[in-house]
Design a protein around this ligand. Structure first.
Ligand code: 5GP
Ligand code: MN
Ligand code: MN
Length: 331
């Protein structure tokens, strides 16, 4: 913590210091929320030259288009080339930073805030807490140590991050400390009902019908992992086109699939190229899916992980199936 505080405090004397905030590709609520919430905090500290960005197309998913701090965002190709400080949010490895990974090797310091067990310890200063429910937990603690008071704008960002990564306070990482943080955020006056509706409960009708089709083709393999069931489905780019939907709508699919009582492991394959799939995996506890993901070139947490799979659907599911027994956790 001391090194992280010092890295930010080092900017104090320099009104021209440039700070670049980055997060992982296809940013989710935690990546955007922790990055923008922290960015607003830096604004309050008087940092003037401040940009936030993420790799790939500069498109913010619809559910997050109301977040405070969006004005900090710039397209990746317009981001500072040689910032004095880079702060990276919610990325387990440099590969998750795409074309922005080179900023970590620049002349400025690189501070990494994250909570993935599979974090590869890149950057100069690491605040990586695998026990933290979200990167926003780490971000809030650093803001507190920098003596930045929480306001409703910062709190809205951090609350989005906290609720998305804890599945609205349902997952195991939802500790008393998480609820105390939620209480501090709510005390700023933010409206949890409005925020949840925007983030979780507002989708185009086409997305509802797309879910119907994609869930209708789900497959259950009752004995895939030493008797533990595997349930999976996939969504193609053509599915998205037919229902005129953006890729972000598929993020919630895994939550429907993983309900399956007969399966310990759930997977959703989302087509991102001709024979390329962004794979989401969830476990109910029998399998460490981050081991499966790491074995296949990805990463994540014990019970929520992902990777990019190459081949046709059956080939990618075959790769997963082959890793399951090796990733069984002790009963
Ligand atoms: P999701 O399934 O919600 O996209 O991701 C679940 C978890 O796995 C997240 O913590 C995310 O960071 C991680 N994850 C998903 N896809 C990848 C990937 O391709 N590479 C890595 N390293 N982690 C991933
Ligand atoms: Mn994330
Ligand atoms: Mn996260």
């Amino acid at each position: 913590w001391a090194a992280a505080v010092a890295a930010v405090r080092a900017l104090d004397g320099d009104p021209d210091a440039r700070v670049l905030l980055i997060c992982h590709v296809n940013p989710d609520g935690d990546a955007l929320g922790s990055m923008l919430g922290f960015g607003l905090g830096l604004r309050r500290l008087g940092v003037r030259h401040l940009q936030a960005t993420f790799p790939g197309p500069p498109e913010v998913p619809e559910p997050f288009r109301w977040l405070p701090g969006l004005e900090l965002l710039v397209p990746a190709d317009e981001a500072y080339r040689e910032p004095d400080l880079v702060i990276c949010f919610d990325a387990a490895s440099e590969s998750r930073l795409g074309e922005l990974a080179d900023r970590l090797a620049g002349p400025g310091r690189a501070l990494v805030l994250d909570h993935h067990g599979s974090n590869t310890r890149f950057g100069d200063v690491q605040l990586v807490d695998p026990a933290a429910a979200a990167t926003s937990v780490v971000a809030e603690e650093l803001l507190a140590r920098l003596e930045v008071p929480l306001d409703a704008e910062i709190a809205a960002c951090l609350y989005v991050a906290l609720t998305t990564d804890t599945g609205s306070f349902r997952f195991e990482a939802t500790t008393p400390a998480v609820h105390r943080l939620a209480a501090r955020l709510l005390a700023t006056g933010i409206r949890p009902g409005d925020i949840s509706r925007e983030v979780f409960d507002t989708r185009p009708f086409g997305a509802v019908r797309l879910f119907g089709e994609v869930l209708g083709r789900a497959r259950l393999e009752p004995a895939a992992a030493a008797g533990h069931g595997l349930v999976w489905t996939y969504a193609t780019q053509d599915d998205l086109a037919r229902y005129d939907q953006r890729p972000y709508v598929l993020e919630a699919l895994i939550d429907s699939v993983r309900c399956t009582a007969e399966a310990d492991v759930a997977c959703v394959l989302k087509q991102v190229g001709a024979a390329e799939w962004a794979v989401s995996m969830r476990s109910k506890g029998a399998v460490d899916v981050s081991r499966v993901a790491v074995a296949l070139g990805g990463g994540g947490h014990r019970f929520a992980a992902g990777f990019t799979g190459v081949g046709d659907v059956d080939a990618v599911v075959g790769l997963i199936r082959a890793e399951l027994d090796g990733a069984l956790l002790p009963a």
